[in-house]
Design a protein around this ligand. Structure first.
Ligand code: HEC
Ligand code: HEC
Length: 145
């Protein structure tokens, strides 16, 4: 009985060792910089304005194929709506925001953008050629067939 317990403890210790010794170092994306230090800004990337890039999967928020610098979004103002909200989109020739964006979290259809879709850039980002920050091996379902 005693022997079994000793063996068990030895195994448990061996299993825990990698965690104790920190075998897997975690390097944050901002680099090895102290919390109270300011890191260098990453290099700016060229935006790919113009032709919209295709979506990688059906539910993907489409990338923004134009510049958005200076387009204000705060609690009261949302510049994106001046082109993308109905009926402005007709005059501006811009794609109308998705119908899903007019449904609130309780499933009620509204005549204005739902508050949970207000901050567009939470989900939509301008398209760029920026290198991936972390490795991404995503393949869409169609490619797997
Ligand atoms: C001055 C008008 C204007 C403003 C303001 C504007 N957009 Fe656009 N946006 C357009 C037009 C026009 C297109 C279509 C471009 C194309 O298809 O080549 C477009 C395309 C898009 C698309 C791609 C849609 C798709 O189905 O591929 C997204 C996403 C988008 N805009 C998001 C935004 C967001 C977010 C903002 C605010 C930060 C914004 N836009 C502000 C005019 C505007
Ligand atoms: C919570 C995430 C989220 C937010 C916030 C959000 N969107 Fe979207 N958007 C999506 C997703 C996901 C899609 C694609 C699926 C769909 O149509 O619902 C989409 C689709 C779109 C499309 C394409 C519509 C089409 O029919 O092709 C436009 C344009 C767009 N959004 C603009 C906006 C604008 C402008 C805002 C801010 C007012 C906004 N979105 C806020 C996630 C979001």
């Amino acid at each position: 009985m005693k022997k079994t317990l000793t063996l068990f403890l030895a195994c448990a210790f061996a299993a825990a060792l990698p965690f104790v010794s920190g075998a897997q170092e975690v390097v944050p994306l901002r680099g090895e910089i102290g919390i109270d230090e300011v890191n260098e800004a990453p290099p700016t990337v060229r935006l790919r304005s113009g032709r919209p890039l295709p979506r990688a999967y059906r539910q993907q928020p489409p990338l923004i194929p134009h510049r958005i610098a200076g387009y204000q979004i705060d609690l009261r103002v949302n510049k994106c709506l001046s082109c993308h909200d109905w009926p402005n989109n007709v005059e501006e020739g811009a794609p109308k925001i998705s119908e899903t964006h007019y449904v609130d979290r309780n499933g009620v259809a509204l005549d204005h953008v739902a508050r949970n879709r207000w901050f567009c850039t939470q989900c939509h980002v301008p398209q760029t050629n920026a290198p991936s920050l972390v490795e991404n091996v995503f393949r869409n379902a169609k490619d797997l067939r």
